[in-house]
Design a protein around this ligand. Structure first.
Ligand code: C2E
Ligand code: MG
Ligand code: MG
Length: 598
């Protein structure tokens, strides 16, 4: 293909992209356009007038007067010629013009055509506003001017429609959609880079607090003032966008004379100065993320996503500034994949399973219970530890189906074990969010009743932080569970903020000392003092005490000498598939070295 043809084809592609980006094709009729076609028909004394857009292979009518067709083929349509020039295109008699002599218009009895092109600021011809008549005629100079004016009005209408949705209504600045469009631009062969910056004025909790206390209008004012300060700082060196309630973005021009890092520091310093707003002195807590990219080399959405990553990282960075970090991005993407795939895992066969870790009474050496611990074999990522996925899932609505899944599985397993042998309880871990489900206790009780187990077979482990939320709903549910007969444990005791006086009000039956105090207990005099004190205090308050993370005989012996009630840890048995524990319970495995465990 000759270079001229390649260029032509390239332009046509860009023209079609510009047309499609407007989102006008195949939209319903609209009065604002129909008004203009009616006016064209009247001013030019023509029975038919249309606003037509030139698509790949058709002329599609956005508005029409005097004709029923929705579109006609592009080939042989006079509009197709009209868009190639900026002048009004007139054909006094289509029948006398060899380009149109055989066209469907002539066959339909049309003889006269006059069309003014609709041209974008970038110079692309989108279509025309045109009139046609059934008799040959000329176009008067005044009529030609009127058609040109009408074309300008159509373009204003299109631009106006297009602008709404690209401008933030509170600040009047271009918004995220405009940013995405501006990033669409063609690449630069020289490989010059550009820099994007995203600024978050305040953390979301501060924003919602001030919005709530002082009203949305006040919040808008603060953000507007902050945007004005930034606009003044960047001047003409970059373009400022207002991309969400508390965030703005800057695109620095390729030829910026200033170091982006210096500008970032300037903005940060400026935004850290308190702002007076309606008589109140406001302190923003700005954070800035930046990303350097080669225009045209990456999809706009990728650039924006990376900028958002950078500003998220800035929330936790020293100095409140971060640039895009591919490793942090990978971690964030992994979190996203994990969360996204967990709901499928709940329904898929064999991805999730429960391992069980036995708990043993110091006094008798008997296995009293087994803690159900969730395992996930992800089809692509392999085994994912609950330490990684549970905290993510817990913050979403999936906390409910996750706990229901574990509850169902653990109860079914307990039924199997208890049918054949001495009673063995199962312990399951409950997320803080579960206690906010007002029917949580009800569901647990119904599940145990359905299983036919006695309520004492189920132990529920809650962390201190889950219980310590001073909340009526939490207390009501715990009381219902306790009354039913299920055991309530405080897991990871000592690892969080232990408010004994508050925990005392809760119907707790046992505490599990966090494993961080128990590992290497024999070598840590400090932990020995702490664990001993925790056991004594808990006993004095009437709780049973369990220790997790027992990895050695020495730790076991120390805990036994302090009258700890029960223990769990690798020394006594790792978390294992249900079948392996069944084999141990059946006596198929030798007792642990130095101990006879029943
Ligand atoms: P957790 O409830 O405190 O569970 C005990 C964790 O300590 C388990 O880790 C267990 O494998 C580990 N462990 C037990 N004994 C030892 C030992 O002697 N040495 C060492 N180094 N570790 C020991 P795992 O299975 O990785 O679970 C981690 C956490 O994930 C659990 O801590 C629990 O908070 C959470 N989790 C696990 N399964 C579930 C679940 O089904 N639901 C909820 N909500 N959380 C779960
Ligand atoms: Mg636990
Ligand atoms: Mg624990």
């Amino acid at each position: 293909m000759s270079s001229y043809l390649v260029e032509l084809q390239h332009n046509e592609e860009a023209r079609l992209n510009a047309l499609r980006d407007l989102g006008l094709l195949d939209t319903p009729p609209s009065e604002s356009f129909d008004r203009l076609t009616r006016l064209a028909s009247r001013l030019l004394g023509a029975p038919v007038s249309t606003i037509s857009l030139t698509d790949h292979d058709r002329q599609w009518f956005k508005s029409k007067v005097g004709v029923d067709l929705a579109e006609i083929p592009r080939e042989q349509a006079p509009c197709n010629y009209a868009i190639q020039d900026s002048k009004v295109f007139v054909v006094p008699d289509l029948k006398e013009d060899e380009r149109f002599r055989d066209s469907p218009l002539v066959q339909a009895g049309i003889r006269f055509y006059a069309g003014a092109p609709l041209i974008t600021r970038a110079g692309y011809g989108l279509g025309t506003i045109c009139v046609v008549d059934v008799a040959p005629r000329q176009l008067e100079a005044e009529q030609e001017q009127a058609l040109r004016d009408l074309a300008a009005m159509v373009m204003s209408q299109i631009e106006l429609q297009n602008m709404i949705g690209r401008v933030d209504s509170a600040s009047g600045l271009p918004n995220l959609y405009q940013l995405l469009e501006d990033l669409e631009g063609p690449g630069d062969a020289t490989g010059t880079t550009a820099t994007g910056i995203v600024i978050d004025f305040m953390p979301s909790d501060q924003a919602s607090y001030s919005w709530r206390a002082l009203g949305a209008e006040y919040g808008d004012n603060v953000v507007r003032d902050a945007l004005r300060l930034i606009q003044r700082l960047i001047g003409k060196r970059g373009k400022l966008y207002h991309i969400d309630a508390t965030r703005s973005a800057i695109l620095l021009k390729d030829d910026h004379e200033i170091e982006p890092a210096a500008l970032i520091e300037e903005i940060l310093a400026k935004l850290r100065e308190p702002i007076w707003c309606k008589g109140i002195l406001v302190a923003l807590a700005p954070v800035l993320g930046s990303y350097q990219f080669t225009p045209g080399a990456e999809a706009p959405r990728t650039i924006v996503r990376r900028l958002f990553n950078a500003v998220e990282d800035a929330q936790h960075a020293d100095g409140s500034v971060a640039s895009y970090d591919p490793e942090a991005d990978q971690r964030a993407t992994r979190k996203f994949v994990i969360l996204n795939d967990f709901k499928h895992a709940l329904e898929a066969d064999g991805q999730l399973l429960l391992h069980y870790q036995p708990r043993i009474a110091f006094a008798s050496g008997c296995r009293t219970s087994a803690e159900a611990l969730l395992r996930w074999n992800h089809p692509a990522l392999g085994a994912i530890s609950p330490g990684e996925f549970v905290p993510l899932v817990e913050r979403t609505a999936l906390a409910r189906p996750m706990t229901d899944w574990v509850l169902r599985g653990a109860l079914a397993q307990a039924v199997a074990w208890n049918r054949q042998r001495q009673p063995l309880a199962v312990a399951i871990n409950i997320s803080a969010a579960n206690l906010d489900e007002h029917d949580f206790a009800e569901r647990v009780i119904a599940a145990v009743e359905r299983s036919g187990l006695t309520p004492g077979c189920l132990e529920l482990e809650f962390t201190e932080s889950a219980l310590a939320r001073n909340n009526d709903c939490v207390l009501r549910q715990l009381l219902a569970l306790k009354e039913f007969g299920a055991a309530i444990f405080i897991d990871d005791f000592g690892a969080g903020y232990s408010n004994m006086s508050y925990l005392q009000k809760l119907p707790v039956s046992a505490i599990k000392i966090d494993r961080s105090f128990v590992y290497g207990l024999e070598a840590s005099p400090r932990n020995q003092k702490l664990v001993r004190a925790m056991i004594k205090l808990s006993h004095d308050l009437g709780y049973r005490v369990m220790a997790e993370g027992i990895e050695s005989k020495a730790a076991w012996d120390l805990l036994a000498s302090w009258e700890c009630d029960e223990g769990q840890g690798y020394y006594l048995g790792r978390p294992m598939p249900a079948d392996s524990l069944t084999a141990i319970l059946d006596g198929g495995e030798a007792p642990l070295p130095g101990r006879a465990i029943a």
